[in-house]
Design a protein around this ligand. Structure first.
Ligand code: TAP
Length: 517
């Protein structure tokens, strides 16, 4: 069981800075973890001005874990002012190389606390602990280390422009940070989404505030505590749990925020972009929804295609933006593929995400679970064949949804077009002699986040990579992302990359200086 208790504690184990906060003790996974529950503004944990709170629910047992302060527009304004002051003050005094050192120190602290962070993530979001350790937290640490390395390598060019004779001209560019950046993130990989964006943002020399998803803000708050231990000056990083329409919107609208990094749904992304334009024309990058096609040709390594095909859909209980939203399986192997997938699913262990043998945990929150139930209902109504699952697991406490498989899915069906963001495999057949037509079907979507193909024929694979309209292409693998490789979508999956060198540009502006001599 979890003991929920408020306390006042001083951290100070590194001796870096004393830090008091209201929080609760999470007792789980044979650990006792202090978790802050206040807003983190200007280097200190503080209550929300209006003293409102959010109930944080454990999706495994549906119990309330704790209450977390819920930011209003006034709190957002306080954080922006702190970030603004830091940007023009203390943060300016920190050299690029020192910035890298701070980020590395933070990554080391995250590594030291990785079991705590993974436990919190698992309890808060329902992520399987082993996956949380490796991906949610592991890739977060990688992101901070990767971008730390960029800090002192952000440089401009000298450019040979036409001089006005007899004078000479020197023209050079400088890559400068943008200023105060607002970050708004979803609930599927809470700390990882924070880290992908914030590490690039901070490496580029900006200050920031983040509004994490209201259902899962706990790792962001524990992270905030670590930033103090790492020695970040107050105001450089601010963390404000709250709800989207109020706190999120206040971040997007704020006239002193100059850049907005957003990950979430396409519908909210459009609203965010509009508000960025109207408020102060702030730069924005949007990582939005997806319905990624995965094409499996008969000439693939079938064992691998089944294994990866299963994880392309069921990884992180389907709460994965690049999840394969649609599988096109060549008719010759279709029945065998489906048979093997079902065999895999029947042995998938479903249960407490903290249990090391669990492969499939609860969905993130109740509203999402309900959405999945109606998604499946619609699929059945439209005439797709529901082969497996399709419902909440009723004899279990918690937001558990059965891994689901639909076959005979037609292109015009709702379930073929809309993202479920859950553990639902959508399978359609195609005729292997008509590659053009399956390519056309794969591209017939307004989304363009990721895609995949399984075939041993290199020409087919490369031709797929040429023709598919998606920001990420996996060949004979799926979900293989890395902090050094750019990540982001095409079409209505958004624009502006996370990760890799390209992500830095999202948080930089170019100044061109011309000198006549
Ligand atoms: P959204 O409902 O769009 O929420 C994302 C974030 O935006 C949350 O923090 C939300 O706050 C906030 N928000 C809501 N309304 C807002 C507003 N008017 N102004 C500013 N912020 C606002 O998405 P979600 O349901 O959390 O996440 C699922 C979606 O995210 C899926 O479509 C998925 O594909 C996408 N996603 C994409 C990626 C990439 S990298 N492309 C990665 C992960 C997820 P609340 O906490 O109050 O909802």
């Amino acid at each position: 069981g979890l003991l929920v208790k408020a306390l006042r504690q001083g951290s100070g184990d590194s001796g870096a800075q004393k830090l008091d906060y209201d929080g609760f003790v999470l007792q789980a996974n044979k650990r006792k973890i202090n978790v802050p529950t206040q807003l983190f503004i200007n280097g200190a944990f503080v209550d929300a001005e209006q003293k409102r709170t959010l109930d944080i629910v454990n999706p495994t047992d549906e119990e309330i874990l704790c209450q977390v302060a819920c930011a209003s527009a006034a709190d957002v304004d306080k954080a922006v002012q702190a970030a603004h002051k830091a940007f023009y003050g203390s943060w300016k005094q920190v050299s690029a190389r020192q910035r890298g050192q701070l980020m590395l120190k933070l990554a080391d602290l995250m590594e030291q606390h990785k079991e705590d962070l993974a436990t919190i993530e698992s309890v808060d979001s329902g992520a399987v602990y082993t996956l949380a350790l490796k991906t949610h937290i592991g890739m977060s640490i990688d992101a901070w280390r990767y971008f730390a390395g960029w800090c002192d390598k952000i440089q401009g060019n000298t450019i040979p422009v036409n001089p006005a004779r007899p004078n000479n001209v020197l023209t050079f560019t400088r890559k400068e940070p943008i200023g105060v950046c607002g970050l708004v993130t979803p609930w599927n990989y809470p700390l990882m989404m924070l880290s992908w964006k914030m590490a690039a943002c901070i490496a580029a020399g900006n200050t920031c505030l983040i509004k994490p998803a209201q259902t899962c803000p706990l790792t962001a708050l524990k992270f905030a505590e670590l930033t103090v231990q790492a020695g970040f000056p107050p105001g450089v990083i601010n963390v404000l749990p709250g709800n989207g329409p109020e706190a999120g919107q206040a971040v997007v609208d704020h006239p002193k925020v100059r850049k907005l990094g957003f990950t979430g749904s396409t519908a909210v992304g459009k609203q965010v972009m509009k508000s960025c334009a109207v408020s102060n024309l702030k730069k924005c990058s949007l990582e939005l929804g997806g319905k990624s096609p995965l094409i499996i040709f008969a000439d693939c390594d079938l064992d691998k295609a089944v294994k990866q095909g299963v994880s392309s859909v069921f990884f992180n209980k389907g709460e994965n933006c690049i999840a394969a939203g649609r599988l096109f399986v060549e008719d010759r192997i279709h029945d065998e593929f489906v048979r093997r997938v079902l065999k895999d699913l029947r042995t998938m262990t479903i249960g407490d995400p903290l249990n090391r043998s669990t492969a499939h945990g609860p969905q993130n929150h109740k509203a999402h679970l309900d959405k999945l139930v109606s998604f499946c209902k619609r699929g059945v109504e439209e005439g797709a064949t529901l082969l497996y699952g399709g419902c909440r697991i009723s004899d279990m406490k918690g937001f558990f949804f059965a891994p689901t498989v639909f076959t005979d899915v037609k292109d015009e069906m709702f379930i073929a077009q809309e993202e479920s963001f859950g553990p639902i495999m959508i399978i359609s057949k195609f005729n292997g002699s008509d590659v053009d037509s399956v390519m056309e079907r794969a591209n017939r979507t307004e989304y363009g986040l990721a895609s995949g193909v399984f075939t041993k024929d290199i020409s087919k694979a490369l031709s797929f990579a040429d023709r598919i309209e998606a920001g990420t292409v996996f060949v004979n693998v799926y979900n293989k992302t890395d902090v050094a490789a750019p990540f982001g979508g095409f079409k209505q999956s958004g624009f502006g990359k996370d990760l890799g060198q390209e992500a830095l540009n999202e948080y930089l502006k170019t100044k061109c200086v011309t000198v006549e001599y």
